[in-house]
Ligand binder design. Structure first.
Ligand SMILES: Nc1ncnc2c1ncn2[C@@H]1O[C@H](COP(=O)(O)OP(=O)(O)OP(=O)(O)O)[C@@H](O)[C@H]1O
Ligand SMILES: [Mg+2]
Length: 494
């Protein structure tokens, strides 16, 4: 149809001449394809121009060295035979068809013996290399994966159901991996190479991507992808998974609805963003909400939402828009609620100010291992940000701004739980006082190593936000939820 191939119509004439490739197995064998004399070692084929990702299929089968050798040879022949700039003009289906035709011809010419199923697999792999994200494609197509972690060309881990496992996915070499990283980040107008080796980006489906390249990453490029879940988890689903009890879920729902200022605290990947997304579901449709994120992950269902995203500096080190810039700007946008995806620096100050000045119902997440640590992290971020505030003022500011801290945790068995719903109630001397309303208690472990525990209320019948709940007509529901939850010892924490 086009390209170098069409200059000599019938066969991919620019492909290497049919080498003395001899079939060892009869057609239809289930063993990997075999090439008896691969000839001179194939040079790594050049990586083609960026193009939108294509249809993805998954393959869990272990692949042999021979498979990779065969693939490298066929790929080299294909790259010689095809005009990539022309290919880039086709839509993905047409490009796939074109590649399919040529690969089939190459297979015939080279007399590679493989079953139909193997041919299909090889074809998928090659299409993924040319048109998509190469060996990453099968992983990106799976919906059950939370994270993909590539540590150089030969090592890829995934997180499935809370557990990290190694996969058999590998790249031809670090150059191919680097090319794929480059292809990903170039789609959002960024660049990653030795001179700017750190880059955040996003896949077209919304997945969050981080690349750190050599020389900073010593054993080849490290690529981390937080897969975007099309269907975000809901509070109902979290309840079904046991992340929170039904009563706890009701309390969270009331907290979301009645405009408490909330901090969601937790470790990496503990489910903070998911939880924040769940809480925003209870915001009234009439409220004007502004979200600020480093990489837009939240999916608010309300009609009146403005989504803002930070911007890294360009290659000259200019043009950066920080989270603090966004939060400050938000205040001039007549927000009713401000949602900060992740509080990481001096924007902590602006968020607290916003919470304090009539934007109640604002929310944010931050990395901390307990509600108490979350508060000291907030203090630390403000101090490090160069605000010269006396500690007492800082403490007062936190107490008057934050109503509730919700703590998320990924437990050792991979399950994610909401472990605390804690209120900030005041300060005594140098200490901010808090009270836990709801806790998760680990009671043991079953035979399969799964953590057993229970959510319980701490027996506080009238939380500090009771009046707020009453104002929104939710106090009966709140009382019922608190009553229904197991009542244990009151953990009044100072
Ligand atoms: N309660 C839960 N049960 C099962 N899976 C969950 C739960 N909460 C979150 N997840 C899944 O865990 C992964 C990480 O969640 P999320 O992005 O919310 O974590 P995070 O704490 O915001 O991570 P990070 O620190 O990287 O920002 C996602 O794939 C999400 O779908
Ligand atoms: Mg997050």
């Amino acid at each position: 149809m086009f390209g170098k191939r069409s200059s000599n119509s019938a066969s991919p004439s620019k492909a290497p001449p049919p080498a003395a490739l001899v079939a060892e197995e009869a057609q239809g064998t289930s063993k990997p394809p075999v090439i008896a004399d691969p000839g001179s070692p194939a040079k790594p084929p050049p990586e083609p121009a960026p193009s939108p990702p294509v249809e993805k299929r998954s393959s869990g089968r272990e692949k042999s060295e021979q498979y990779y050798d065969t693939k490298t040879q066929i790929f080299s022949a294909l790259i010689d035979a095809i005009d990539l700039t022309q290919l880039a003009t086709l839509d993905s289906e047409a490009a796939r068809e074109e590649i399919r035709d040529i690969v089939n011809e190459i297979i015939q010419i080279k007399q590679v013996v493989m079953s139909i199923a193997e041919q299909e697999e090889l074809l998928d792999d090659i299409c993924n290399d040319v048109l998509g994200y190469g060996p990453l494609e099968p992983l990106l197509a799976r919906d059950d994966i939370a994270d993909v972690m590539v540590n150089g060309a030969n090592t890829t881990y995934i997180e499935v159901q809370g557990m990290i496992e190694r996969t058999n996915v590998r790249f031809r070499d670090n150059a191919q991996l680097m090319n794929i990283c480059q292809r990903i980040v170039s789609q959002v107008g960024r660049r990653v190479d030795e001179s700017s080796p750190i880059c955040d980006a996003r896949l077209p489906d919304g997945s969050r991507v981080n690349v750190i390249a050599p020389p900073l990453s010593i054993d080849g490029p490290a690529l981390t992808i937080r897969k975007f879940k099309k269907d975000k988890l809901t509070l109902n689903q979290l309840t079904k998974f046991g992340s929170i009890s039904p009563e706890g879920a009701t309390i969270l729902q009331i907290i979301g609805r009645c405009r408490c200022n909330v901090l969601i605290s937790g470790g990496t990947g503990s489910g903070k963003t998911t939880l924040l997304n769940c809480l925003t579901a209870f915001i009234d449709a009439s409220e004007r909400v502004i979200t600020c994120e480093d990489s837009a992950e939240l999916q608010l269902q309300q009609p009146h939402v403005v989504r803002l995203e930070t911007r890294p500096p360009n290659l000259e080190g200019e043009g950066e828009i920080t989270m603090r810039d966004l939060v400050k700007n938000c205040l001039r946008m007549r927000p009713e609620r401000i949602i900060v995806g992740e509080v990481r620096g001096p924007e902590a100050f602006d968020l607290l100010q916003a919470m304090n000045t009539g934007h109640d119902g604002s929310m944010g997440t931050l990395h901390a291992n307990s509600p108490r640590e979350a508060m000291s992290r907030m203090q630390g971020m403000i101090t490090m940000g160069g605000f010269n505030l006396p500690e007492k003022t800082l403490r007062e500011m936190i107490v008057s701004s934050i109503d509730v801290i919700v703590q998320a945790q990924r437990l050792r068995d991979g399950s994610r739980r909401i472990t605390h719903i804690t209120e900030v109630i005041g300060s005594e001397g140098d200490v901010i006082t808090t009270q836990d309303l709801f806790l998760y208690e680990i009671t043991g472990e079953d035979a399969n190593g799964r953590v057993i525990g229970r959510h319980r209320s701490t027996g506080i019948a009238r939380p500090k936000f009771w009046e707020r709940a009453r104002y929104f007509g939710e106090e009966m529901k709140l009382a019922e939820a608190l009553d229904a939850a197991d009542v244990g010892e009151n953990t009044f924490d100072t």
